[in-house]
Design a protein around this ligand. Sequence first.
Ligand SMILES: NC(=O)c1ccc[n+]([C@@H]2O[C@H](COP(=O)([O-])OP(=O)(O)OC[C@H]3O[C@@H](n4cnc5c(N)ncnc54)[C@H](OP(=O)(O)O)[C@@H]3O)[C@@H](O)[C@H]2O)c1
Length: 258
Amino acid sequence: MTTGRFTDKVALVTGGSRGIGAAVAARLAAEGAAVAIGYRGNQAAADDLVARLRADGARAFAAQADVADPEQTKALVEAAVAEFGRLDVLASCAGIEHFGALENLTPADFDRVFAVNTRGQLFAVQHAAAHLPDGGRIVLTSSVSASRAVFGHTLYASSKAAVESMVLNLSAELGKRGITVNAIAPGGTATDMAAENAAHYQHPDLAGRLSMDEWLTSHGALGRLATPAEVAAGYAFLASGDAAYMTGRTLQLDGGFF
Ligand SMILES: NC(=O)c1ccc[n+]([C@@H]2O[C@H](COP(=O)([O-])OP(=O)(O)OC[C@H]3O[C@@H](n4cnc5c(N)ncnc54)[C@H](OP(=O)(O)O)[C@@H]3O)[C@@H](O)[C@H]2O)c1
């Protein structure tokens, strides 16, 4: 049995099957949390993670829930509470990327991206907050993209920028219960999402002329992608008692991206 900052705490991690969310689930479990892991479709990855966490002595389970459907998120929250008897932390990591030039954007693209990245996170907060005790913790996921201009990135970036305003405004409502609500804005992090999309971050006129290493060196103080574990450390901080006086803010965890 592990002990640490989350001993006797229960955390729900959406988007926990892969990438940043999987690292967050592992980090919280390593510090003592029982973790409920939500995923969209990749049951094999979620089951693998649950097996690894249980092998290390943690309490963990995974359940499918598409965060684009608030009713599925509600059922996920209720499953976590039914399994572990309480809920102390929501780490909302589920998200999808999108690149597309203005002339090609459709209302369906807008609805799909915002349904997951924006609406999905808001209703995850609503349903989690119904169960969180006083002093509970909520950590949402923005992106460095929310405050950077990148060609063809309007939908994704604005879906994440809304999340930064969301935590600011929700903090006022939840503060009277001592619940903090913050966001992490990760920079480029070595996950499936980055592998599929990183090349699009280059200006289209330069596409292919810079290697990923050259591009990272010219855009970030640390000159490399983050590991998911490095980003997960930020979620663990915001989810812990150490961040008791931080709320409504977005923590830029981007390796000095410029
Ligand atoms: N990687 C980066 O460079 C980076 C940078 C800034 C911000 N972010 C943000 O960080 C978060 C995690 O990104 P990542 O790189 O770890 O992504 P990833 O490797 O693509 O993993 C995405 C995770 O979200 C889940 N997911 C996607 N759509 C979902 C939906 N509709 N309902 C429920 N779960 C859903 C996936 O589940 P399945 O496994 O079942 O598909 C998976 O667990 C996202 O919010 C992303 O926007 C990432």
